[in-house]
Design a protein around this ligand. Structure first.
Ligand SMILES: Nc1ncnc2c1ncn2[C@@H]1O[C@H](COP(=O)(O)OP(=O)(O)OP(=O)(O)O)[C@@H](O)[C@H]1O
Length: 601
């Protein structure tokens, strides 16, 4: 070993080291650029970036000679500056970058694509610029893939032979790398030299790969230990402080149109400062509407106004980016940054310009308000679903948003936690003075948390009104169903104030002059009587029942006994205690459809 010329080793390390650094920068930037680029040149650009991986090294070398050769334009330009690339170690760096770049690019792109896009959207809604999203969210989350790319690039650069030989030549002591030294040692019959060179390359490549793997295996532990920010614990007032009580109520005005390949959203919505519940069947466009308001999606036409600001105006070409909209979004999966602690997650959205002390005060105030004081150094993976939801709420509120968009925030929680967190949420929302929109499937939840309700159906807002009004007088059949009405029958007019309920097999007296094709009554409005003396009262046979801890749902058939378990007309809901009294009355019961509770559609 002592007489082995080590210059190829140093040249290889110098070339591979510099090439890896350049490849890392170019590869990750190219991957970031291509992550969002959907233009028509995408396939061609990808093909060019990947080509060196699939082309023979001699072809790559020849192509580089055509670019950097002494007779080319670039070569002559360099010569006029007394510079030359070919037959220098820089040529080795250039070829190593070209052949390693596809590996770095592909691995980085693959890692970026694995990252939940909601995390990036969340970062943008919290006011982060593109550079910050890249540096603080995308890059750290893609770190395993990026490191794999760096390792592969280093190994590839270290082993590059054919293209380097063509561009840099084999000049001992200047451009001769280990790979070349091995090749020429074999040619010269120096098997011992070739074996030593090969062993060096093997040790270097395996050493780097193993070293990176070992470092990375220790990483989760290191993260939890070393990244604990020195968050100062101090008793501070809540930052959810009420805004000026005399301030005008916050307002949102939305009138937008967005066309997707299989869906069209045409939504007109206003919010007058009270929490607004957004109801609608699955796929009706609720999340899409929120994403348009947050600036994650861009409508094709229309306007979005928030207080005195225009967030979007297609005609005037105004498209305020998410980061400038001052929206706080609670995503369905909460979208907490997994590589940041609870404290760092909350700090992410705090507007720039505050001093470190003010920042810490705001974090502590948020932690206090969500009852997670002392949890600032935990990672999201160490929290329960309910705790994650609260951190997401605190993170959104810490960014001081003018509007809070909550996309089914309780959907991932069990019933007990749901009601507990709903209570906490209602207290926080009561203090929050911005616009709130809550998307939910749960009618009762919407009723408890919101004052106004809007209903979205097939991409259109079909109703927006005070919650009580929506339940008492649903404007259409689908809203009656959506708000929990279980008894619906086709209707046929019989005369003034009389209709035939075709599916219930009875004739009913109705109030006023309302007409329609359907008649409906809510299950809790059906009344059980001892006799048929009141209007719209019919003999009813009990077909079956289902029970919850406090209520019974009773399935009745009117006017004749049932023939099977599906042979029923109406569902009535009664409290358990009341049913225990009534069940002794004996069959048939008398069921009253009070005219004042009948709804026509
Ligand atoms: N990026 C997209 N590209 C194409 N179609 C989309 C896209 N985003 C949403 N859609 C379609 O738009 C419609 C509305 O989706 P959206 O997620 O808003 O529904 P939703 O009412 O929130 O449903 P859920 O209650 O199930 O979450 C769906 O039919 C969906 O397939």
């Amino acid at each position: 070993m002592s007489d082995y010329n080590l210059s190829p080793l140093w040249i290889s390390l110098r070339i591979a080291g510099l090439a890896t650094a350049i490849t890392f920068v170019l590869g990750t930037l190219a991957a970031y650029g291509m992550l969002h680029y959907r233009g028509r040149w995408r396939s061609l650009i990808e093909a060019v970036l990947i080509a060196p991986l699939v082309l023979p090294p001699t072809v790559v070398g020849f192509a580089l000679l055509l670019v950097f050769g002494r007779r080319t334009i670039l070569g002559q330009l360099l010569a006029s500056l007394d510079l030359s690339v070919i037959f220098t170690w820089y040529a080795g760096v250039i070829t190593a970058v070209v052949v390693a770049l596809p590996l770095m690019y592909r691995t980085a792109l693959g890692s970026f694509q694995q990252i939940d896009p909601t995390l990036l959207a969340a970062a943008r809604t919290l006011g982060a610029s593109g550079v910050r999203v890249f540096g603080q969210v995308l890059l750290p989350l893609a770190l395993p893939g990026i490191l794999a790319g760096v390792t592969l690039s280093f190994a590839r650069a270290l082993g590059e032979f054919g293209a380097t030989l063509m561009l840099a030549g084999n000049i001992p002591g200047r451009t001769q790398t280990l790979s070349m030294a091995i090749f020429f040692a074999v040619q010269a019959g120096d098997m011992r030299g070739a074996a030593l060179g090969s062993a060096l390359i093997l040790m270097l490549s395996l050493g780097v790969v193993t070293g990176v793997n070992l470092w990375f295996q220790r990483q989760p532990l290191q993260r939890h230990r070393s990244r604990n920010p020195s968050l100062r614990v101090a008793a501070v007032p809540s930052t959810l402080a009420n805004r000026d009580p005399g301030a005008p109520a916050p307002r949102l005005w939305v009138d937008i149109h967005k066309r997707l390949p299989h869906f069209e959203l045409r939504a007109h919505l206003t919010s007058r400062g009270q929490p607004l519940g957004l109801l609608g069947a699955s796929g009706s466009g609720k999340s899409l509407l929120l994403r348009c308001i947050a600036g994650i999606e861009t409508p094709d036409a229309g306007r979005i106004l928030l207080n005195d600001r225009v967030l979007f105006d297609a005609e005037q070409g105004i498209r305020l980016p998410s980061a400038q909209r001052r929206v706080g979004v609670i995503f369905q999966n909460y979208a907490l940054f997994p590589h940041l602690t609870v404290g760092q997650n909350i700090a992410f959205g705090i507007p720039a310009g505050l001093s470190e002390t003010e920042k810490q005060e705001r974090i502590q105030a948020q932690l206090k308000s969500i009852q997670l004081k002392g949890w600032e150094n935990r990672y999201p993976s160490e929290l329960s679903g309910g705790q994650q939801q609260r951190v997401a709420l605190a993170r959104a509120l810490a960014s001081d948003p003018e509007i809070l968009l909550l996309d089914e925030p309780f959907s991932a929680l069990d019933t007990h936690l749901r009601s507990h967190l709903e209570h906490q949420m209602s207290e926080i929302l009561a203090d929050y003075k911005g616009v709130t929109i809550l998307v939910t499937h749960n009618m009762e939840e919407a009723f408890r948390l919101c004052e106004d309700l809007a209903v979205l159906e097939h991409g259109q807002i079909v109703a927006q009104t005070d919650k009580r009004r929506l339940f008492e007088a649903p404007p259409c059949l689908s809203i009656a169903q959506l708000t929990g009405c279980k008894n619906i029958s086709r209707a046929q007019p019989l005369g003034p104030q009389w209709i035939a309920a075709l599916d219930w097999g009875c004739e009913l007296q109705i109030q006023g002059s309302r007409s329609g094709e359907h008649i409906a009554i809510r299950a809790h409005h059906l009344a059980l009587r001892r006799d048929g003396s009141l209007p719209n009262t019919f003999p009813a046979w009990l077909v079956k029942w289902s029970e919850t801890p406090h209520r019974f749902t009773l399935f009745f058939k009117l006017n004749s006994p049932p023939s099977h378990s599906q042979d029923y007309h109406l569902q009535a809901e009664v409290l358990r205690e009341r049913w225990q009294e009534m069940q002794n009355w004996g069959s048939p019961w008398w069921l009253q459809l009070d005219p004042s509770h009948l709804m026509m559609f």
